[in-house]
Write a protein that binds this ligand. Structure first.
Ligand code: NAD
Length: 428
């Protein structure tokens, strides 16, 4: 998405191929799992506020649903591509499997820039998206959710259109709904908190006191914000965050050696997670180039913005003291950079494990929507902690036993589970 020559899907396939070989998967299983089972690409004509009609391009990719209905977000981004959506759909399959929830993997998107769209135009895109795909998604087949630049309001518009088309109430069709309209308490915090639950367990395994650690974070959106909040609540210190500047069309890093104040920063952040650099300077932050978050002398790096950020070109900028990279974003590390982190002995908590808190809570939302009975926030977060902690330890145990990198161990667990479900169903 962020670089035209980079293929996220090729990277996802490369990761899969490596593990398929280690697992000695047979040809048919490999063929089935290395490409999506179904893909939809369609046009969404929208009457704009100025009276003109603009045609947007929409996607939905269902990678695999052997373990249950497909699950995955819908992204709004000007550089969205089918290639990125395919990769993200595949990662969703592994993510649901690694945390052992009974769901498959999907992803969707629309090529658009919400920065330049009114609320009414965004509503029309949401309704148009689901009108094109309403027969191929649903509570028992494919369940969307919010993702980059989409939120609870977008989900509710999509749900409302879906229910109008199908004539009924289907709250289990979509997750990330507003609380009070079928949403789950704790969903907003879930991904960022999940990142920190796995980080806490990793620090425990490495014998490092969380309260003595520092971290640097890429991004200041949903995932980054709640990861920062919980990590700081537990006693850690975040000294740097970065975000995208819509006016300058570039990213900046914001450093405060004494520890950033997430609440203060939030007051100078736009609704897309972009921090105002002039106001940040006034609050005492050093404003540095976008990549500076990666170059900080900290114990922990948390990429929580975009894919393709820790690359062959940037990995050497990571300081020697960095012990853990916990991937809040999807696909932030390229395979070349991954190999170097492996060599250097950096403990990487892979994306599809670290950021699985969101989909796990979405699964809880589905369960609650289907029961029409909603849990207290503390109960949701408690269940989330249990699920993330046990997924982390299953992966860590296998990694320790077979001397594997965490990413490889997580893939082995996830791919084995999905392959087994395909075999059990008699597909291969
Ligand atoms: P978001 O839109 O809320 O925030 C994105 C943040 O990244 C913003 O602060 C933005 O300014 C920043 N950003 C964008 N480009 C940047 C750049 N080049 N350099 C530095 N910062 C940049 O998105 P989010 O929901 O927090 O998602 C972040 C990542 O986490 C994505 O990869 C997403 O797929 C993944 N993810 C999200 C969830 C979820 O529940 N929200 C779940 C799993 C994975």
């Amino acid at each position: 998405m962020s670089n035209s020559s980079f293929s996220a899907f090729q990277m996802a396939q490369q990761q899969f191929d490596q593990i398929a070989e280690q697992l000695n998967l047979d040809r048919a299983v490999k063929e089935l799992l290395r490409v999506p089972m179904r893909e939809y690409q369609f046009s969404i004509p929208v009457r704009m506020d100025d009276g003109s009609v603009k045609v947007f391009r929409g996607f939905r990719v269902q990678h695999n649903d052997a373990r249950g209905p497909s699950k995955g977000g819908i992204r709004f981004h000007p550089q969205e591509t089918i290639d990125t959506v395919r990769a993200l759909a595949m990662w969703m399959t592994w993510k649901c499997a690694v945390v052992d929830i009974p769901l498959g993997g999907a992803k969707g998107g629309v090529i658009c820039d919400p920065h330049n769209l009114s609320q009414r135009e965004q509503e029309a895109i949401c309704r148009g998206w689901v009108r094109q795909i309403a027969r191929n998604v649903g509570p028992l087949s494919d369940v969307p959710a919010p993702d980059v630049m989409t939120n609870a309001q977008h989900m509710l518009w999509i749900l409302d259109e879906f229910e109008t088309i199908h004539g009924g109430r289907f709250p289990g069709f979509i997750t990330g709904k507003p609380v009070g309209m079928g949403g789950s308490l704790g969903r907003t915090e879930a991904t960022g908190y999940g990142v920190v639950y796995t980080l806490r367990e990793a620090l425990g395994e490495l014998g490092i006191e969380l309260g003595n650690t520092t971290a640097s974070v890429q991004g200041f959106g949903n995932v980054a914000l709640y990861a920062i909040r919980l990590y700081q609540q537990l006693g850690g210190k975040v000294i740097c965050v970065s975000s995208w500047d819509q006016n300058d069309q570039t990213s900046y890093s914001f450093r405060l050696g004494t520890g950033i104040d997430a609440d203060a920063l939030l007051t100078i952040t736009d609704r897309f997670g972009g921090i105002d650099k002039a106001k940040a300077r006034k609050l005492g932050y050093e404003v540095l180039p976008g990549e500076a978050w990666l170059e900080q002398n900290v114990d922990i790096l948390i990429p929580a913005a975009l894919e393709n950020q820790i690359t062959r070109a940037s990995v050497d900028k990571i300081q020697k003291n960095v012990r853990i990279v916990v991937e809040g974003a999807n696909g932030p590390t390229t395979p070349e950079a991954d190999a170097i982190l492996k060599q250097r002995g950096v403990f990487v908590i892979p994306d599809f494990l670290a950021n699985a808190g969101g989909v796990t809570c979405s699964y809880f939302e589905q369960v609650q929507s289907n029961m029409n009975f909603y849990w207290e926030k503390a109960e949701v977060l408690q269940r989330l902690d249990v699920k993330m902690t046990s997924a982390f330890h299953a992966v860590h145990e296998l990694a320790a036993k077979n001397k594997l990198f965490m990413r490889d161990a997580a893939y082995i667990i996830a791919i084995s589970r999905v392959a087994q479900a395909c075999r059990d169903r008699g597909w291969v």
